[in-house]
Design a protein. Structure first.
Length: 55
């Protein structure tokens, strides 16, 4: 629908729980990936200020 996205990846570790990691994917603001993600947000009918449903 929007093509390939180039995202930055950050991995965060918790010192007291070395077996757990939080991996985040970040689109640089103003770049093509951020614009594509914004398009997908609008296409889904989700508003910018509305939290996404959690499964």
């Amino acid at each position: 629908m929007v093509g390939e996205l180039t995202l930055d990846v950050k991995e965060l570790s918790i010192a007291t729980r070395p077996d757990q990691h939080l991996i985040t994917y970040i689109a640089p603001p103003g770049g093509p990936a951020a614009e594509a993600l914004h398009f997908l947000l609008l296409w889904s009918g989700q508003r910018d200020d509305e939290p996404a449903d959690r499964a």
